[in-house]
Design a protein around this ligand. Structure first.
Ligand code: PLP
Length: 676
């Protein structure tokens, strides 16, 4: 085997034998070992980074890369102010807040709310539709007060309202949505208190609509409204037969948890007529699932729903609102496709289809055009927040070659034979050599079990076989065809980037069902990333890792291209599009809890184009232990109790005892994540 001067570089043992070298300019280093590459790689530029991380695909016009190779945020879309994310991180650190940290861009929230409202207004006007848009934001998608406040403020000119799915959410929604023109939609399972709360809203002059999700809620509504002497405003949720699509398709269709079948809808009409309450029914609603990837599912649901709506009008209900629910998706992987984490349509296409389909059906059925309601959550808030994280370590598959000077290379036949396999490797004989190497490893194991091979010899053979695999994985591009068995070798030598965050807190949907989120370094984008890595978090669970990444050329990639961290400088990664569901569903696994958070506003007058309006500290250790029923005083008392006897028996000096208790107590008020 030829060894180059550089111990980190391995070349083919006999380059002259390589007959099938294909040109390959984009070779990567694997496990810290560089492939010797005779071709001259094209210079890396920021356009390559934009392509590699598919920033234009998922970024929705909110992200760019500047000439310094740093990721920038354009909170008002293209043409607006640009904020360098690295500047925000530096400001966060100057203010003594640590990573991981959520950055919320409030201008994005405003921009999203304005876009959906103005989009509907424009289409309504263009198509001559005779109704208005009265959208609502479903707070369950992100209930944070600051998020809800910003959305309401941005939506005020359009009478944008809120949707609640539980009593607790309704309490928040009633207190905050004080525009008498805006809708408050009440979804979810209800008890009499829930309905009473909705009627309270009505009594204080608000447009609160109770959506009947199951037949039995009608009786409940009737009873509570009779008791209070307040007539409810009602909606009805239908189970459509148009199938949803994507991960949440079970939310719609016949087997959905919520909604009334057509037969139940007819029974509901009879019930309302019988109790002289048909005049309460104003809204028709369906929700076929979140993150609908295919526009055809939306078209089909809207047209079926519009027919049902028209039928309700013809049955005498004074219908006024047509509510298409949520489902407007986010292009997380940037593929603009029907994949589960993408969408094959734009916001504009979605709006056009909703307005057009309802108009067509209503005109056909000769019923007035209803006001349109959508309950878009994810599409309003996903883009506004991201999590900034620091890489704290890199675990490489062992690349240390302790075999090189081993006496076993001379003394053991089987070791010599394995070394020969490595030495004579070429792209042409790679498959046969691989089989031979694996066979040698199996033989070595058998000999070891029988006591005929020493531990040292076994170890050298394992290392040599690993070298064979490494060589193959680095030279795949030089092979005309890649045998099936080699495909798994491609990623065998990936690095584990240890990142100071918890998947369970910051990307629970990745943990739960492999949701893809855009992840990339937020700097050094003008440098070629040469490593292949996965991200492992700091929880002590093996599934606390991210091993599926967006890939512009494939459904997903099992590795992320990353830079070799410079030990003297921080290496920052960003996890993007986390504003929907992630914040609120994150959990306390390993007692890490909520991360620090900053709220950023753009400001043209500021030299860095932004200012941080608010900083919210994440959970301290005492916050999180208290949330789990411990008492901080009790914890400290218990530690003190255990220190005292050690001081008494002389194993600790009194000063040491005091220091230990102080340290324990001080740490309780610190951040739960690693400090580095
Ligand atoms: N409305 C209802 C009834 C829902 O159940 C949901 C979420 O699943 C939404 C709205 C929000 O959906 P999305 O975030 O896909 O817009």
């Amino acid at each position: 085997m030829q060894m180059t001067e550089d111990p980190q570089t391995i070349s083919s043992p006999d380059e002259s034998l390589i007959s099938e070298i294909s040109s390959h300019s984009d070779e990567v280093s694997v496990g810290g070992i560089n492939v010797k590459n005779n071709s001259n790689p094209r210079k890396w530029g920021i356009q390559d980074a934009i392509r590699l991380y598919n920033i234009d695909g998922w970024g929705g016009g909110y992200f760019a890369v500047n000439e310094l190779g740093n990721l920038t945020m354009l909170p008002e879309g293209e043409g607006g102010p640009q904020i360098e994310i690295l500047d925000v991180i530096q400001e966060i650190e100057r203010q003594n807040l640590e990573l991981p940290c959520i950055i919320r861009f409030h201008d994005i929230l405003r921009h999203r709310v304005t876009r959906i409202n103005q989009g509907f207004q424009r289409t309504i006007q263009d198509l001559g539709y005779r109704g208005v848009y009265r959208g609502v934001y479903p707070v369950k998608v992100n209930q944070m007060r600051e998020v809800v406040e910003e959305i309401l403020d941005a939506g005020r000119p359009y009478h944008y309202g809120l949707e609640a799915g539980s009593k607790a959410e309704l309490q928040v929604v009633l207190a905050y949505n004080d525009d008498p023109e805006a809708l408050t939609i009440c979804n979810g399972y209800k008890d009499s208190e829930y309905i009473q709360l909705a009627l309270l809203g009505q009594q204080i002059g608000r447009k609160v609509i109770v959506v009947i999700e199951k037949f039995s809620e009608l009786q409940l509504c009737l009873d509570v409204s009779k008791e209070l002497g307040v007539k409810p405003r009602l909606g009805i949720r239908a189970k459509l037969s148009s199938p949803g699509a994507g991960k949440w398709q079970e939310s719609g269709g016949e087997h959905a948890k919520f909604g009334l079948t057509t037969t139940e809808i007819l029974r509901a009409i009879d019930f309302l007529k019988e109790h002289e309450m048909l005049d309460c029914l104003e809204l028709f609603h369906f929700h076929i699932g979140s993150q609908i990837p295919d526009i055809r599912s939306i078209k089909s649901a809207v047209s079926e729903g519009a027919r049902l709506y028209a039928n309700l009008v013809n049955l005498g209900a004074p219908m006024r609102y047509f509510d298409v629910g949520g489902g407007l998706g986010v292009d997380y992987d940037g593929s603009q496709s029907k994949s589960d984490f993408s969408v094959n349509y734009t916001l504009e296409e979605y709006i056009n289809d909703v307005v057009y389909q309802v108009q067509q059906v209503c005109d056909d059925e000769a019923v007035p055009h209803p006001d349109l309601v959508s309950e878009s959550g994810r599409a309003m808030v996903a883009a506004h927040s991201c999590v900034m994280m620091k890489v704290i370590d890199v675990i490489s598959p062992s690349s240390k070659r302790s075999w090189e000077n081993s006496p076993a290379l001379e003394s053991s036949e089987i070791v010599k034979e394995t070394l020969d396999i490595l030495k004579s490797l070429t792209p042409k004989n790679a498959l046969e050599s691989y089989h031979n190497a694996v066979a040698k490893q199996e033989e070595a194991l058998s000999l070891f079990k029988l006591g005929h091979l020493s531990l040292l010899e076994r170890s050298v053979i394992e290392q040599l076989v690993s070298e064979v695999c490494r060589w193959i994985s680095q030279n795949l591009k030089r092979m005309k065809r890649i045998p099936e068995e080699f495909k798994e070798l491609k990623y065998k030598f990936k690095q584990q980037y240890v990142v100071n965050f918890s998947v369970f807190q910051s990307a629970p949907d990745h943990w739960a069902f492999d949701q893809l989120f855009p992840i990339l370094p937020i700097h050094r984008l003008n440098e070629r990333p040469k490593e292949m890595g996965i991200l492992v978090d700091i929880t002590c669970d093996s599934d606390g890792e991210i091993d599926r990444f967006i890939d512009p050329e494939d459904e997903f990639s099992p590795v992320l291209k990353l830079h070799t961290p410079n030990p003297k400088k921080p290496y920052y990664l960003g996890l993007f599009l986390t504003g929907a569901y992630q914040d609120i569903m994150g959990d306390m696994h390993n007692l890490f809890g909520r991360v620090n958070e900053v709220h950023v506003f753009s400001d043209d007058e500021d030299p860095e184009d932004f200012y941080i309006e608010e900083m919210i500290r994440g959970d301290t250790i005492s916050d999180i232990v208290v949330a789990n029923q411990y008492s901080v005083a009790e914890l400290c008392r218990k530690i003190k109790q255990q220190v005292e006897p050690r001081v008494k028996d002389g194993s600790l000096k009194p000063r040491q005892g005091v220091q230990l208790v102080d340290f324990y107590t001080r740490l309780l008020s610190g951040y739960t994540y690693l400090r580095k």
